[in-house]
Design a protein around this ligand. Sequence first.
Ligand code: WTA
Length: 660
Amino acid sequence: MSAIESVLQENRVFPPPEALAKQATISGMAGYNALCAEAERDYEGFWARLGRENLHWSKPFSRVLDESNAPFYKWFDDGELNASYNCLDRNLENGNADKTAIIFETDDGKVTHISYRELHARVCRFANGLKSLGIAKGDRVVIYMPMSVEGVVAMQACARIGATHSVVFGGFSSKSLHERIVDVGAVAVITADEQMRGGKALPLKNIVDEALTLGGAEAVRKVIVYRRTGGQVAWQAGRDLWMHELADAQSAECPAVPVEAEHPLFILYTSGSTGKPKGVQHSTGGYLLWAKMTMLWTFDLKPHDVFWCTADIGWVTGHTYIAYGPLAAGATQVMFEGVPTYPDAGRFWEMIQRLKVTIFYTAPTAIRSLIKAAEADSKVHPRQYDLSSLRLLGSVGEPINPEAWMWYHTNIGGGRCPVLDTFWQTETGGHVITPLPGATPLVPGSCTLPLPGIAAAIVDETGQDVPNGNGGILVIKRPWPAMIRTIWGDPERFKKSYFPPELGGTLYLAGDGSIRDKDTGYFTIMGRIDDVLNVSGHRMGTMEIESALVANPIVAEAAVVGRPDDTTGEAICAFVVLKRARPNDEEAKQIATELRNWVGKEIGPIAKPKEIRFGDNLPKTRSGKIMRRLLRSLAKNEEITQDTSTLENPAILEQLKQAR
Ligand code: WTA
């Protein structure tokens, strides 16, 4: 049975635990419905109320939503605020100064507690340091750092002075980093000497050095380096500085620069259906409001909670649910440098037990791989740990299959913690479809219902609503404050990608297929409808990987498709035609390894194809179009049932089938 069939046949329902529902921020379906009704009645009034009640504005807004230049929507645009002020200073004013903001744990298990007062001082010092280098509002700064308090300090310091940050995941190659540095026009890069993951030191500064030699990045004046390991790094005098030397010399007071609500807080690159990654631009006001609201609604955050989101700050989840949301909501959060399997696959469970985590937020891939580990070795089975501190569990990044959901619910949540399957995207800024722990009855495999104010719907190819029970295209019908503002430097692509004319030009196109339950209206996400793959919760464009492959001098042609994978959700499968004759089995193995490493260098290890098959050609129509649906069937090793009569070269299918 496929994952989607098993969701559609799912009839287990888990109502919210009564005690939890009683004290929840949104209590019961009545509470949820009341907020939805408020948004329905007066959409702008609803968002204005949330904006006023939840953020500190140095200049209050009077306009709520400006649709005059749709789809370039503006929210709260005559208001001014500062994100770092809202995350830090507000906590000092509200009696949270000595509350722990971050419990940081290193790869090798050293734990540090950083209070809001201390975090504020560190952010101020570093912000003053950035200012001393002439970095100011409107500048872009690339951050290429490990999971570290310093990473959060770097992001918050940029926000404090109005510089727009663009964080690049530490697993990307020098080429990918270079592409992003150039596209965003960075004036500085903040990095670390090395990062520690699973007991191994991996270079960061050296990769920055390499990226900056590739040309076109001359705008980068400074490279600021956090000393994590003390490992050997090259040094360019005049350009390179140590983060601690820059910050230590500075005052611990740095007034936060008020910026307009629409000022870009950050740009985060993500994969789309063309070869070039998109710089998703987010605002300050609308984004921060939603980061905070979803902490209060989805995670029902309470003052005593210990929140742990296991994402990396290089992805949007690490932005919204590490660097901004938890701080804006005054939470205590755990931040972890390492990997779930080091020193063994019980690491997460041991940390939850020891640090008394109450809300745990991770990805289905992690859960699935830890299920396998627990089944293979009872020493790392969660039953060996006391997980009774937990009260809520979250899942993000990819569909969670009902089997993994049930295991998570039973073995990690002890049957008592709601599992929140949060659907959202880099572009949505925060959760958009998700259960609420004190309100929504849960169905394994379904992300249930849209948050209040989010007009999610399912339509057909012409933009018409489809009835519940029928699959279709997931859209959001009205703008919301945390939505993407534009693609950095490419407003036309923004319009085309997210508000396509075929759907009428006003609906936000998420890029996922979805279906709603006939009775409950619950949403189930069926995966991407474009050429984007989701591997271990990481978004990868098939075109990006194809471009990387054909950039290799021995490759003539390449096509990349996804196929279902038990652990990683999807796996990358590449079909390659070489410029030379098709290799025999022995050679094929060796060339596949070479090409895999090549893709690792071109994009990053996360993009390495799991499988590479070589053919004399690719299945094409007479007009020369590659028939990807046939490749998808081949990748899944399923019988070809599609019509192949339009194929130019039907014999190629048999060859590619044998090539596995
Ligand atoms: C997928 C990550 C099913 C989806 C926050 C989306 C999900 C893409 C879920 C965005 C979920 C995310 N259930 N699929 N709960 N959450 N996705 O931009 O395909 O890295 O479009 O943002 O991940 O990935 P992104």
